[in-house]
Design a binder for this molecule. Structure first.
Ligand SMILES: Nc1nc2c(c(=O)[nH]1)N[C@H]1C(S)=C(S)[C@@H](COP(=O)(O)O)O[C@H]1N2
Ligand SMILES: [Mo]
Length: 238
């Protein structure tokens, strides 16, 4: 089953029109990182939906195209392909059977909201890359979502950091639909937009492919400390 076919088996839940409009506005404006416009949008998004959903715990719930893909845990598939020796499709059971990493960290969105002490659990992306035999000449890793809208990318060195995980638990429970379950990416050292929800596919590639948020003005290297980090291959990408 290709990621596209998988998406067709996914039903969706529509979310608020206000949230959808907020994100369309963000794209149209091409906002500057940390700018006042972006903070206003963040507030609008928060009041539009975050308070309405159960289990939010001060997270704002984001969806680019205005709905949440609903994927039964048993139907979940993660396709890993590209510059790898063994392209593989993993089930949720496969991921849960791998060595697990648990972290408790603050989650931070560039729009200014922050949730302290969030517990995450999943398998290191570096472990998955080893399982599929990522080739030594690989440069970057690209990510796709079951929402058909969000995309992300990391350099191969960033992808291999020990606190970058393919997560299946968050907030001491299986990841909920609105938070990107059954499986989302969690890139602990970077801003929240790097933590793509409803992860459907991982491609090992030969160049960084800027994702949805980066094409809308966010830095490709979203380090939380505001630096370009130790593994930035190209300062012009920040
Ligand atoms: N598929 C998808 N992933 C996404 C987003 C999105 O809109 N769609 N928003 C990103 C942003 S900007 C943030 S801050 C976090 C928010 O996570 P949450 O919706 O669980 O609060 O998810 C990130 N991952
Ligand atoms: Mo965000």
């Amino acid at each position: 089953m290709t990621p596209h076919e998988a998406r067709e088996r996914v039903t969706t839940i529509p979310v608020g029109r206000r949230l959808f409009l907020g994100l369309v506005g963000l794209g149209a404006l091409g906002v500057a990182f940390g700018g006042a416009v972006q903070r206003r949008l963040g507030d609008a998004l928060g009041s539009g939906l975050g308070g309405l959903l159960p289990g939010g715990d001060r997270f704002r719930i984001y969806s680019i195209n205005g709905d949440f893909p609903v994927i039964a845990p048993s139907a979940y598939r993660l396709h890993v392909s590209g510059l790898v020796d063994r392209p593989t499709t993993f089930t949720l059971d496969d991921l849960e059977a791998m060595p697990a990493t648990t972290m408790v960290k603050a989650f931070q969105c560039v729009t200014g909201w922050r949730v302290p002490n969030v517990e995450w659990r999943g398998v290191r992306l570096s472990h998955l890359l080893d399982q599929v035999g990522a080739r030594p000449d690989a440069v970057a890793v690209s990510f796709e979502s079951y929402d058909g809208a969000d995309t992300e990318s990391l350099t191969i060195d960033q992808a291999r950091l020990p606190d970058v995980i393919v997560a299946y638990r968050m907030l001491n429970a299986p990841i909920t639909v609105e938070h990107g379950g059954p499986v989302r990416l969690y890139v602990a050292p970077m801003y929240g937009y790097k933590s793509l929800k409803w992860l459907s596919a991982i491609r090992v590639v030969d160049a960084v492919e800027p994702g949805y948020w980066e094409m809308n003005g966010y830095p490709v290297n979203g380090w939380l400390d505001g630096t370009t980090g130790p593994t930035n291959p190209d300062p012009s990408l920040t």
